[in-house]
Structures are given as structure tokens and as C-alpha cells.
Design a protein around this ligand. Structure first.
Ligand code: APR
Length: 294
């Protein structure tokens, strides 16, 4: 594996030792490019994007992006596997985001989502969301698939976002699955479905639940018909979303990962840009615009 240390700025500063350590974890052909903070260039980050990537992007008809919780981390939305805080510290998300947890203690699960809804409502799209929203205007075909339920891509201006795991702002009936846009506050927690009286729940995909068919079909199609596939801010441990970069690879796409950490997918990517999405993506966008003279 080749290690390049020619990317310079990364908020949390990956040092050379980290780069060497990371490289020992990646035995494949991946070129790992570590974004290292250069304090002298703090206001003017320089991120060198691999020339080969720029060449493939210049000719690309179709680009597909898969995002995960890491993309929203810089908006202050904690990643799914990050330690939870305050009242919720004693619960792991895996204990709260399942149909079983909802059956056992619907109030607890509802209140956890209510806490996350408030957190998300107060968050703003960050430079990574904004760069991806601009990228949709650069490529002939551009697909954005997200595992995030926070709606921040849409708030940044992205259109036709394929939401694999639902959206926390929507509520549905736990029995009929109908989306409920409003209901009378009767003091029940969770509230009850105005039509059948069953409990309401967030319209998100919990562990052990099937994926939404249409979104999964669209995501698979976008992943298997693209020239370049970006896997950004995802730990690639939750399936079936984690299979999308693998399918893109099998279909012949150049696959690029953007993540400050090594993931199970890193060694399969052509390039692994080890930096924060909010630093790498605006620089990639700048390079794309410069190469197209826009
Ligand atoms: N930029 C890019 N990546 C980042 C950043 C950042 N600023 N900060 C953290 N990351 C990376 C972490 O290194 C980690 O690999 O984001 C990833 C977040 O991983 P998870 O918390 O596992 O999130 P995700 O991959 O989206 O989880 C998938 O699991 O529980 C389900 O439905 C939930 O959608 C979620 C899914």
C-alpha cells in the first residue's frame, strides 16, 4: 500500500505516526492519503487531490456518493457509534433502535428520538453537505445515497437524496406504516395514530428491520452504474448499505473513501483520503471547478 503524506490540513491533526500506523492496517493496493494539519496554513488549507482521481472525474458521466454519520459530525450531530451524552450515556444506540426496544419501552425510544430530533433541528449543514450539494450540478448524473436520517443534505440543497434509513423528522403509525403529518396532542408518549390508535414511531429503519425497497433498488442501481463512487463518513459495518461500495467496485467504478479512520472497506478503495469530510470535500469541489474552468 502506498502512503502519501501530501495532504496538509485536517482539523483533528493526524500525525505522521498515525499515518504509518494506519498504513500497517491496510495491506492492499489502496493509496492512503493522510490529511495532516499544517498550523501555518490554518486559514488556507491545501489538500492535494490525486491526479488520477481528477482525470477519472473529468471523464466521469456518473458519480455516486454514499454518506454516513461522519458527514454530519462537523454539524455537531454525534456519529451513531460515538459515546452518547447526558441522560442517554447509559444506553447503546443498538439497544434503542430496534423494534424489540420499542415494544419493551416505547416511551424511552420515543424520548430518545425526540432528543435527537431537537439536536438535528438545531444543527446546520456543514461544508461537506454544501460541497456535495454543489457537486450535483457538475456531473451529468450524480446520485447521493445517505444512511443519515437528519435531512441535512436536503437542507444544504441536495436534490433527490436516496434516504436508506428514513428520516427522523417524519412520524409513522407503528402498525399501518402510514406517515402522519400531524396529530392532536393528547399527552400520550408516544402519541397514538389518529386513525387506528396504535403507537406512533419515527419513520426510520431500525436494526433488524427490512430496508425500504424502492430506495434500496435506486441505491444499488446508482452504485453499479457509476464511474466514481465515494464512500464518505461511514464505518461500513452496517449492511446492506455497506455492500454498496463493494458492488460499485465489482462493477468497475473507481472507489474513493473519505474518512479520518480506517474502516473495513479502506483496503479495497483505490484512494483513501484520511481526513474530515468538511475539509476534503470543499477542496475536491475547488479542484473540480478549476479543472472545468467554472
Ligand atoms: N468526516 C468523515 N468521516 C468522519 C468524520 C468526519 N468529520 N467524523 C467521523 N467520521 C467517520 C468515523 O470515523 C466513522 O467511520 O464516520 C464514521 C461514522 O460511523 P458510524 O457512527 O458507524 O455511522 P454510519 O456508518 O453512518 O452507521 C451506519 O448504522 O446504526 C446504523 O442507522 C444507523 O445510519 C446508521 C448506520
Amino acid at each position: 500500500m502506498a502512503v502519501s503524506r501530501r495532504l496538509f490540513r485536517f482539523g483533528r491533526s493526524l500525525r505522521t505516526a498515525t499515518a504509518v500506523y494506519l498504513s500497517t492496517l491496510i495491506p492492499g493496493e489502496t493509496e492512503l492519503i493522510v490529511v495532516v494539519e499544517d498550523p501555518k496554513r490554518r486559514n488556507n488549507p491545501v489538500v492535494t487531490i490525486p491526479v488520477e482521481l481528477m482525470e477519472v472525474l473529468a471523464a466521469a458521466e456518473c458519480v455516486t456518493v454514499l454518506t454516513g454519520a461522519g458527514v454530519s459530525a462537523e454539524s455537531g450531530v454525534p456519529t451513531f457509534r460515538d459515546a452518547q451524552t447526558g441522560l442517554w450515556a447509559k444506553f447503546s444506540p443498538e439497544e434503542l433502535a430496534t423494534p424489540r426496544a420499542f415494544r419493551r419501552d416505547p416511551r424511552l425510544v420515543w424520548e430518545w428520538y425526540e432528543w435527537r430530533r431537537i439536536l438535528v433541528a438545531g444543527a446546520l449543514p456543514n461544508p461537506a453537505h454544501l460541497a456535495l450539494a454543489e457537486m450535483q450540478n457538475i456531473f451529468h448524473r450524480f446520485h447521493l445515497i445517505t444512511q443519515n436520517v437528519d435531512g441535512l443534505h436536503q437542507r444544504a440543497g441536495s436534490r433527490n437524496v436516496i434516504e436508506l434509513h428514513g428520516n427522523i423528522s417524519r412520524t409513522k403509525c407503528s402498525e399501518e406504516g402510514t406517515i402522519i403529518s400531524s396529530c392532536k396532542d393528547t399527552g400520550n408518549i408516544p402519541p397514538k395514530c389518529p386513525s387506528c390508535g396504535a403507537l406512533l414511531r419515527p419513520d426510520v429503519v431500525w436494526f433488524e428491520e427490512p430496508m425500504p425497497e424502492m430506495e434500496m433498488r435506486q441505491a444499488t442501481d446508482a452504485s453499479t452504474h457509476c464511474n466514481v463512487f465515494f464512500s464518505i463518513g461511514t464505518s461500513t459495518v452496517v449492511y446492506p448499505a455497506a455492500s454498496l461500495p463493494v458492488e460499485a467496485l465489482r462493477s468497475g467504478a473507481m472507489v474513493v473513501e473519505i474518512n479520518p479512520q480506517v474502516t473495513p472497506f479502506t483496503a479495497k478503495a483505490r484512494f483513501a483520503l484520511a481526513g474530515a469530510a468538511g475539509v476534503v470535500l470543499p477542496e475536491l469541489l475547488k479542484a473540480l471547478k478549476a479543472s472545468r474552468g467554472t
